[in-house]
Design a protein around this ligand. Structure first.
Ligand code: NAI
Ligand code: OAA
Length: 358
């Protein structure tokens, strides 16, 4: 059998619930029940979510966690490798989302048709000694191709972009959507949630608090000095010594590198990233459903600074970003750090934009 027809036959069988797996057993089994005989009830209400890069280090745990989310009714898993296995595995979880797998570029458009939310962790990760920008040459092209298909198949979907370098891939996505005439700045969000998750964890450690009670806004971008934790705005209100500020800022800015080095060539953060991506996607879905007052940090096309893209707090709503919230009062230390971050961010944005315009 051709690899693709194998994949296709698996994929038609691995759509669960609405189209339950073919239960027909081999000659040694007693059952002759096929999917035609299963008493499917029809779909549960909820959102349709696609994960692009679903078979990867982030993609697999992210897909598993999205299958648990009760707001998801349909989950499409797309990758260029291994989706039949991942989809079959996840489809056996007894939660209501219907899971379907899509393999290779000729199934990309089907994977995206009618989606409400598209999460993108596709692309190569760092190895020790690399910067996120070193991933640009490979990941820029991957993000471009995926976004061209999104523009065609689900132009109104909310897009959560994880692939690095986020500071440049989000401008790439925006340019692709602009070219296609589908760009809506409210619907394109670069995922910087892992910076917030790390900041909450590290601040809680220093302050002796439960991380669930801590909220640290992290603004700017998602690479090195562009990651700006606003420790002056931590909730609950906390004061830090200059030494604590230095330690926390450095640890939050270099959290990704800490994991890359610990993994010693086996990739970058995957499990904490899947957790962060699910936290962010869940916030987007709750807002789409109409839940009020959902505020998260994300890297977006914004008016908060003179830069075209900047991570800051946004209020989410039924159409994606409902409001770009101001930065609020900054300490002298944060103001100085912001100026340094802006220079690097401007270069990364320009690199992304010119990749499409050139
Ligand atoms: N925004 C953030 O905070 C974070 C971003 N990342 C980034 O996420 C990306 C993925 O990281 P991992 O999952 O660890 O990498 P991985 O290599 O384990 O998985 C990437 C997956 O993307 C797939 N892929 C490659 N080309 C594709 C294409 N054209 N279409 C669809 N899928 C494709 C691969 O087959 C693979 O399954 C990296 O760029 C990494 O730097 C990682 C951690 C945090
Ligand atoms: O550091 C990396 O390459 C992956 C990443 O973005 C993070 O963990 O924050």
């Amino acid at each position: 059998m051709e690899p693709n027809s194998y994949a296709n036959s698996r994929i038609t069988r691995i759509a669960s619930h609405l189209n339950p797996p073919n239960l027909k057993m081999n000659e040694h089994g007693g059952s002759s029940l096929t999917n035609v005989h299963c008493r499917a009830k029809g779909g549960s209400p909820g959102f349709k979510v696609a994960i692009l890069g679903a078979a990867g280090g982030i993609g697999q745990p992210l897909s598993m966690l999205m299958k648990i989310n009760p707001l998801v009714s349909v989950l499409h898993l797309y990758d260029v490798v291994n989706t039949p296995g991942v989809t079959s595995d996840i489809s056996h979880m007894d939660t209501s989302a219907v899971v379907r797998g899509f393999l290779g570029q000729n199934q990309l458009e089907d994977a995206l048709t009618g989606m409400d939310l598209v999460i993108i962790p596709a692309g190569v990760p760092r190895k020790p000694g690399m910067t996120r920008d070193d991933l640009f040459n490979i990941n820029a092209g991957i993000v471009k191709t995926l976004c061209e298909a999104i523009a065609k198949q689900c132009p109104k979907a909310i897009v959560n972009l994880i692939s690095n370098p986020v500071n440049s891939t989000v401008p790439i996505a925006a340019e692709v959507f602009k070219r296609a005439g589908t760009y809506d700045p409210k619907r394109l969000l670069g995922v910087t949630m892992l910076d917030v998750v790390r900041a909450n964890t590290f601040v809680a450690e220093v302050m002796g608090l439960d991380p669930r009670d801590v909220d640290v806004p992290v603004v700017g971008g998602h690479a090195g000095i562009t990651i700006l934790p606003l420790l002056s705005q931590v909730k609950p209100p906390s004061s830090f010594t200059p030494k604590e500020i230095e330690y926390l800022t450095d640890r939050i800015q270099n959290g990704g590198t800490e994991v890359v080095e610990a993994k010693a060539g086996a990739g970058s953060a995957t499990l904490s990233m899947a957790y962060a991506a699910v936290k962010f996607a869940d916030a987007c879905l709750r807002a789409l459903k109409g839940e009020a007052d959902i505020v998260q940090c994300a890297y977006v096309d914004s008016q908060v600074t003179e830069l075209p893209f900047f991570a800051s707090k946004v209020r989410l709503g039924r159409n994606g970003v409902e409001e770009f919230l101001p930065l609020g009062p900054l300490s002298d230390y944060e103001r100085a750090s912001l100026e340094k971050a802006k220079k690097e961010l401007a270069t990364s944005v320009e690199k992304g934009v010119s990749f499409i315009r050139k």
